[in-house]
Design a protein around this ligand. Structure first.
Ligand SMILES: Cc1ncc(COP(=O)(O)O)c(C=O)c1O
Length: 432
């Protein structure tokens, strides 16, 4: 199986953790997001342990909660001792409601509306990760009004190309995030932040992209950032307490994706950062990492019901399901691949080639093409693996399709985490 928390039982059913996926689908209906809480906890622990072992004191793991933001998951990562990266007042509100201490929250985003800046300052958010000079001015102004000294990081664009998909590469000079070094704007940004009375410049932030399986891009990024830090130190005397290297560690979606150890990658990154700092004669800052996908991605599956099989001779075999881009837009957005199987026939040979079609009125609403499945019939339970990240959090009500329920499983027990949307929910905001 793609992940060690997945197996097949004697009935030939897919098992996640210790729970039979077919029984869960019969109990809760489909489409159904299932998240293995134990796996989320294991992922959190592998980060926290490695950060303690290999990185400078004060280093931390922030869960990038855009990957999967709901109360049950935030509580789990909070219990595991992670801080969190939020990118909107909505994510901030959710984190505060589940009891996250405000000082453990980092407010990201390239386009923070001013009312959200005010909300975050009022809520006592720990740090802003400031994207631009304009945003810096606004934070300084609102912090003055509130009579606080707001802690901030500056988001710097290191100009690193990770060769990942264009839509998830975020570190190149002309991307919409951050302020670039090569244009000279990052230097001006630091000088400006240091001159402000109502902000305290605590650290620098960078993020190179997503689905990265090696330490190389992080080390390349760290080199650029330490060059910049060395230069700023020489010119202004400023040394950041923290360097935030962002998120982006990869998750296995298909067998050809490598199996990686997050601990090993963190060790390599830690060793290289210490070496570079020693070479430059600057103290090693505490490092922050912001994993999202790699905390929840492999913990999730989505179970659908096959609503029909349409074979077009000499062309395509379509297997249609009762969900699609409304609960998982990743294939439509990025052509992202996922492994699929029939949860009720998991022991059988997967030699039926097909396109898995969603239910929306869009030809592009597909979950995958050239997928190898067990021979499907209407009523089978098609299951997509590795759907813990960027599925529920990117779901929509296009075509007025209600969002699925999400359950968590732990030690063979299942719990509703998010209830299925009702037709009433779909109308809840309409003025009738
Ligand atoms: C600033 C920042 N941090 C962390 C993440 C999380 O990335 P991932 O889920 O790939 O770990 C992202 C993803 O877009 C991001 O933009």
């Amino acid at each position: 199986m793609l992940h060690s928390n997945l197996s097949v039982n004697s009935a030939g059913h897919l098992v996640i953790g210790k729970s039979d996926a077919v029984e869960l689908a019969l109990k809760y209906g489909t489409p159904l997001y299932v998240v293995d809480e134990e796996r989320v906890r294991e992922n959190c622990r592998s980060y926290v342990d490695a950060v303690k072992r290999y990185l400078a004191p004060g280093s931390e793991v922030l869960y990038a909660d855009k990957a999967l933001c709901c109360a049950a998951i935030l509580k789990t990562v909070m219990q595991e001792g992670l801080s969190a990266d939020v990118v909107s007042a909505g994510e901030l509100y959710t984190a505060l409601r589940v009891g996250f201490p405000a000082e453990k929250l980092y407010f990201h985003g390239n386009s923070k509306p001013e009312n959200e800046i005010v909300y975050a300052i009022d809520a006592g958010v720990g740090h802003f990760v400031v994207d631009s000079a304009e945003e810096l001015e606004a934070i300084d102004r609102f912090a003055a009004r509130k009579k606080v000294r707001q802690k901030i990081f500056l988001r710097i664009t290191p100009d690193i190309d990770t060769h990942t998909h264009k839509k998830i590469a975020t570190g190149t000079v002309d991307c919409k995030f951050g302020t670039p070094i090569v244009t000279g704007q990052a230097e001006e940004f630091v000088r400006r932040a240091l001159s402000k009375k109502n902000v305290e410049l605590d650290g620098l932030h960078c993020h190179v992209g997503s689905q990265i399986f090696t330490a190389g891009p992080y080390i390349d990024c760290a080199k650029v950032m330490f060059d910049f830090i060395g230069e700023m130190y020489a010119k202004t005397g400023f040394l950041p307490k923290y360097l935030d290297l962002g998120g982006g560690f990869g998750v296995r979606y298909v067998e050809s994706d490598p199996v990686i150890s997050y601990g090993d990658l963190i060790r390599k990154i830690g060793e290289e950062c210490s070496r570079i700092c020693m070479e430059k004669g600057i103290p090693v800052p505490a490092l922050l990492l912001e994993p999202g996908r790699s905390i929840v991605g492999d913990a999730g599956i989505t179970v659908y019901t096959v609503t029909g099989v349409k074979e077009i001779p000499h062309h395509t075999n379509y297997v249609a399901v009762d969900g699609g881009m409304t609960d998982n837009p990743r294939y439509t957005l990025y052509g992202a691949e996922h492994t699929m199987l029939l949860a009720n026939k998991a022991k059988l040979q997967a030699d039926y080639r097909c396109t898995v079609a969603g239910r929306c009125c869009e030809s592009g609403d597909l979950l995958g093409e050239n997928i190898a499945l067990q021979k499907p019939v209407k009523g089978d339970m098609l299951t997509v693996l590795s759907t813990g990240a960027y599925n529920y959090s990117m779901a929509s009500n296009y075509n007025r399709v209600p969002r699925p329920a999400m359950i968590t499983v732990k030690n063979g027990e299942d719990r509703l985490a998010v209830r299925r949307e009702s037709y009433e929910d779909l109308l809840a905001l309409d003025i009738l």
